[in-house]
Design a protein around this ligand. Structure first.
Ligand SMILES: [Zn+2]
Length: 300
């Protein structure tokens, strides 16, 4: 226990040392970060699938005797919390063999470098996301380019193709293209069984059309496929077999309303076979409003 605390205490100063940041500076550049990074007790969602993130940012661990998969790494300052959560469940960081991501913004990819260092895991990403992760800063084409924060660059990121199934031992997770929020946005699906009860999980990427002032989804020259990409992703999410929806921001799919106060998770409330369809339908509505605004129409 003590060893673990010391180990994870080491990570944070390393990751933020370059920036020489104080809490006050961090609060100024990211007013939401402290709230997003509030600790949350890790817990089993179902079978081999666990929530190991913070209260405001998801990180999902899928475990097997042959090694584990981690989806998302939250903020740079979340890495020690995620690492401690994994070990509090009785798993070892060095058994995390693969780390993947939803989209390459600082609040979901910020902790990747530290968690990769702590585990020695491979990091695989879509081609666009991989480029951003290697730089630790976004590139033109990101609707939030210029305003989204930098984060520690990730070494040795390899790429997958959309539609690929990635495997660690018996774990098989499928990478689905759901771009739009960023050009590299990825959603993940896998099946998790507990005794004979199997559930199809979907980790659906953010679908919000958030942008820097001046970026227009309707006529972007740096991301001309933005609208078509979003629509493609919405259709994908609607069609996936989806018993349990998890999102990079737990609040975007009401996760905390679906689990009990004590962190135990009654599967009955967690399972909602319409959740992905509703998530996609909401995303379509939000995008339609944004498009209407950009075209100067009255919002529907
Ligand atoms: Zn984002």
């Amino acid at each position: 226990m003590l060893v673990r605390r010391v180990l994870f205490a080491l990570f944070l100063p390393i990751s933020l040392a370059g920036a020489q940041q104080t809490d006050a500076q961090r609060a100024r550049e990211c007013p939401s970060c402290a709230e997003w990074n509030a600790p949350h007790r890790p817990f089993r969602l179902h079978g081999d699938t666990y929530f190991v993130g913070t209260h405001g940012l998801s990180a999902i661990l899928i475990t097997s005797p042959a090694g584990h998969v981690l989806i998302d790494a939250a903020l740079p300052e979340s890495a020690p919390l995620i690492g401690a959560n994994i070990e509090a469940l009785g798993f070892r960081m060095r058994d995390v063999k693969l780390i993947v991501n939803s989209h390459a913004h600082f609040d979901h990819a910020g902790g990747l470098a530290e968690l990769q260092r702590a585990s020695g895991a491979r990091v695989l990403a879509s081609a666009w996301s991989a480029e951003v992760m290697r730089r630790g800063e976004s590139v033109p084409g990101d609707p939030q380019y210029g305003t989204v924060l930098d984060y520690p660059a990730v070494a040795g990121v390899k790429t997958f193709s959309f539609g690929d199934t990635l495997r660690v031992g018996p774990i098989a997770i499928v990478a689905h293209a759901t771009p739009g929020h960023t050009p590299g946005g990825t959603s993940w699906s896998w099946r998790s069984c507990e005794a004979s009860r199997c559930l199809d999980f979907v980790y659906a990427d953010s679908q919000t059309p958030v942008s820097t002032d001046g970026f227009l989804y309707t006529k972007s020259t740096v991301y001309p496929a933005a609208l078509a990409d979003f629509e493609r992703g919405h259709t994908t999410l609607e069609r996936l077999s989806c018993d349990v929806l998890i999102t990079p921001h737990p609040s975007a799919s009401s996760l905390w309303e679906r689990v009990a106060q004590d962190g135990q998770t009654p599967a009955k409330s967690l399972v909602d076979r319409d959740a992905c369809k509703r998530y996609a339908a909401n995303a379509r509505r939000t995008l339609a409003q944004r498009v209407a605004q950009e075209r100067g129409d009255r919002a529907p």
